[in-house]
Each structure stands twice: as structure tokens, then as C-alpha cells.
Design a binder for this molecule. Structure first.
Ligand code: HEM
Length: 412
């Protein structure tokens, strides 16, 4: 197969919209579709979305780890998928997620320390206190939406505290960041476009006020650290402080909400595994890694080619988008025996859920800590926790994110 051609079985391959959360079948049950694609065309040229879709773990790991590939959509070719997913015009505000070195290194290094393993370990008692107080509020409730009342607020409060902003504003943050993550959705409705602009405006105004306050009085929070870097000279502009705070707020809560939601859903759908975890709580770390393999919160991540290259016989032009389907990588039978089985004792829990290479998720230790704390506390508080069969869980339509839109449970 070459740049112009199509591979064997191409006409039968799911492509474009069918390979996205806009397809209800894919949204609720992506693996049959991805397994078919991986078997027929592991390096798939998607003409509808102008991208090359990768579903094999080995290809995805190689691409994510390859620092000669980029992440800045301004360097992609016109019409390519990465430009569909983001508005790349003169108002474009890049963050570390979509810049290349040296800008990427400069933006990332300023906040990296706040998220390292040591910093996160020190936060564990506070994360547990926030989780417990949310669970206190649910005492005596026979049923509730676990996403709305637990998995959603926990990461929002934690990241708001790290940024040093008022947690009383967490409901606003949740609304703004839910609208903000639509910035990666390649098919936004006009209403979602309007909500995105509204959230950017509100967050910009909010953070501009907080930055002003921190200039007057420095704290030990992340925004104070960013303000110090800004005042240190050329390192950071005020707009970059705002963009970084926006990224951390959105990345810090939507994905972790989805991880806690997906973990709860996996366990509720596999009661034998939930029972095992109740009996052997020391399995929680492995259980969370298995959720990250089996049902990862970020379905895919992108890279851009700067020069022509070949992947398994497929020639990829410069400026093309490579779509690394993380969801597919976790179920690759070449890596995981019996990949469709959810097993909290699985030995081969390796996964690509946090991406890789230069852009490897900065918040991975935090996301792991929050979910490793949240799930055991939830199970301990509700010994009879089960799915509310009157209100089945559905997945949200917010690509590339993968998590339940709501998760109604019963406790009685
Ligand atoms: C389960 C939860 C999470 C998942 C699954 C997740 C996943 C990811 C993925 C797939 C990427 C892109 C990596 C790549 O392209 O190689 C990423 C980047 C990033 N994540 Fe996360 N993330 C999670 C939680 C968090 C949290 C809690 C934070 C921080 C508060 C965070 C901050 C970031 C940042 C700043 C980047 C950009 C890093 C860079 O470009 O250098 N994430 N994450």
C-alpha cells in the first residue's frame, strides 16, 4: 500500500466516523471494531478524517517514543485530522500538549516539579480527606450518579487546590473544563463551539484575576510558581500562564473523572473482580493499571510527521496526522493473552494510557494516586454497591475522551 493506494480489505474496514465516539456502536463497545481494523489494516489510511490510524501496540509505542515526530498542529498539512480537531488560526493558543521543543520543554519544565511522584505522595492524605468528605455527603442515599457526585468533584477539587484557586468555585471549573475539552472534538456542534468560546473567556478572566492576586501575594501553589517564572524574565508570558492553568485544570479533572468512572464500571460489570478487590485491597494498584489497559480514559493521542516516513510498508507524507489509538493498543492480542478479559491480577498490565515520549502525561502519578485512593474508599463505604439497572450507564460523546456520561449505582 502507498500514499495513494488502499490496502487489502480496505473497503471492509471501519473508517472515519465509524472509528469514533460519534458512532454509538464504537462508543459503547469499541473493541470489536478496533480488533477488526487491527487484523485487517493495522496501519490504516482514513480518508474521511485525513489521518493514519494505528492500532498495534508496537507501532503506537514506537511512534509515541519517537522524538522526531511533532505535536504542533501548525506544522501539519492543511485539512489533516489534527487541524480538524483544533481551530488553528491566528487566535490559536498552544499549550505544552501541542508544541514541540524547545517551546514544549520550556512550558513543561516550569510545572513538572509540582507533579512528580514525591509531590503527589505528599498529597495522598489530602486526597483521601476530600474523597471521604464527598462520601460522607452520600451517606444514606439508596442510589446516586457516581460520576456526578464522586468521580467528578474529587479531581476538580484536588487540581483546584494545587492551582491555589478557591474550591468554592469548583462547580464553575467543572462546567468550564467540560466545555474546554471539546477543543479536541473534530465535529463540534455550533452550540459546543459557543460553549468552548464561553469557557475560554470565563477561564481567561478568572485566571487573570488570580494572577493579579498572586503578583500581590505569592503562595506555595502552582499559579504562584508560574507567576514567579513569568516575572523571572522571558520564560513565560501572562497568556502562557493562563494557557497552562487551563490545560492543567482540564487535563487534571476530565481524564481522572473518567478513570475513576471506568474503574467503578469495570468492577461493577465484573462482580467477581470487585469481590476479589474487597477481599484483597492490596490489589488496587494492579487493578487500576488493568483499568488503564482495558478501558483507558483517553482513546487516542496524535503525532505529526515532519518528513516522509514508512510505517510497516505504508508511506506517510510530511505533515500527516498519526492517530495512535490507545484503546486499541490495550487489547492487542500480540501483547495481551485473552485481551478481552478484565483481570485485576493480570501480570501483563503494561499499557499506553498515558501516551509516551516527550509528551508522556505529566499527571500520571496524580491520576494513579487519586484512583487508587478513591476506589477502595468507595467500596468500603458501600458494601452492597451495584449498578442501577433502571438507569444503564452510557458513554459520553467527547472524543478523544472515553468515560461514562453518568453512572447510576444502588447502595441498598
Ligand atoms: C487517568 C487520567 C489521565 C490520563 C489517562 C491522561 C492521559 C494523557 C495522555 C494520553 C496524554 C498525551 C500523551 C502523549 O501524547 O504522549 C496526556 C498529556 C498530558 N496530561 Fe494527562 N492524563 C491523565 C491525567 C492527568 C492529570 C491528573 C494531569 C494534571 C493535572 C494531566 C496533565 C497532562 C499534561 C499537562 C499533559 C501534556 C504533557 C506534555 O505535552 O508534555 N493528566 N495525558
Amino acid at each position: 500500500m502507498d500514499e495513494q493506494g488502499s490496502g487489502p480489505g480496505a473497503s471492509d474496514c471501519p473508517t472515519g466516523i465509524a472509528l469514533s465516539a460519534f458512532n454509538p456502536e464504537f462508543r459503547e463497545c469499541p473493541h470489536q471494531i478496533l480488533n477488526r481494523l487491527r487484523a485487517a489494516e493495522p496501519v490504516h489510511r482514513d480518508r474521511q478524517f485525513d489521518r493514519v490510524v494505528l492500532t498495534r501496540r508496537a507501532d503506537i509505542e514506537a511512534v509515541l517514543g519517537d522524538r522526531s515526530l511533532g505535536a504542533d498542529p501548525r506544522k501539519s498539512r492543511p485539512g489533516s485530522f489534527v487541524r480538524m480537531a483544533q481551530i488553528v488560526d491566528e487566535t490559536y493558543q498552544p499549550t505544552m500538549l501541542n508544541t514541540d521543543d524547545p517551546e514544549h520543554k520550556r512550558l513543561r519544565s516550569l510545572v513538572a516539579q509540582g507533579f512528580n511522584l514525591r509531590a503527589v505522595e505528599a498529597m495522598r492524605p489530602r486526597i483521601a480527606a476530600v474523597a471521604n468528605s464527598l462520601l460522607d455527603g452520600l451517606a444514606g442515599r439508596a442510589s446516586f450518579d457516581l460520576v456526578e457526585e464522586f468521580a467528578g468533584p474529587l479531581p476538580t477539587i484536588v487540581i483546584a487546590e494545587m492551582l491555589g484557586v478557591d474550591t468554592a468555585d469548583q462547580k464553575d471549573f467543572k462546567r468550564w473544563s467540560d466545555a474546554l475539552v471539546m477543543c479536541l472534538n473534530p465535529r463540534r456542534s455550533p452550540e459546543q463551539d459557543a460553549a468552548l468560546a464561553w469557557s475560554r473567556e470565563n477561564l481567561g478572566a478568572y485566571f487573570r484575576r488570580v494572577i493579579g492576586e498572586r503578583r500581590a501575594q505569592r503562595g506555595t501553589d502552582l499559579i504562584s510558581a508560574l507567576v514567579a517564572a513569568e516575572e523571572d524574565g522571558e520564560k513565560l508570558t501572562e497568556q502562557e500562564v493562563i494557557n497552562t492553568a487551563n490545560l492543567l485544570l482540564a487535563a487534571g479533572n476530565v481524564t481522572t473523572t473518567d478513570l475513576i468512572g471506568n474503574a467503578a464500571l469495570c468492577l461493577l460489570r465484573h462482580p467477581d473482580q470487585m469481590q476479589k478487590l474487597r477481599e484483597r485491597p492490596e490489589l488496587i494498584r494492579n487493578a487500576i493499571e488493568e483499568v488503564l489497559r482495558f478501558d483507558p480514559p483517553v482513546a487516542s493521542t496524535l503525532r505529526i510527521t515532519h518528513v516522509e516516513r514508512e510505517i510497516d510498508g505504508v508511506m506517510v507524507a510530511p505533515g500527516q496526522t498519526l492517530d495512535c489509538v490507545i484503546l486499541g493498543a490495550g487489547h492487542d492480542p500480540a501483547v495481551h493473552a485473552d485481551a478481552e478479559r478484565f483481570d485485576i491480577e493480570r501480570a501483563d498490565t503494561t499499557h499506553s494510557a498515558f501516551g509516551g515520549g516527550a509528551h508522556f502525561c505529566l499527571g500520571a502519578p496524580l491520576a494513579r494516586a487519586e484512583s487508587q485512593i478513591a476506589i477502595p474508599l468507595l467500596l468500603a463505604r458501600f458494601p452492597r454497591l451495584r449498578l442501577d439497572t433502571d438507569r444503564p450507564a452510557t458513554h459520553k460523546v467527547a472524543p478523544p475522551f472515553n468515560g461514562p456520561a453518568g453512572l447510576w449505582v444502588r447502595t441498598d
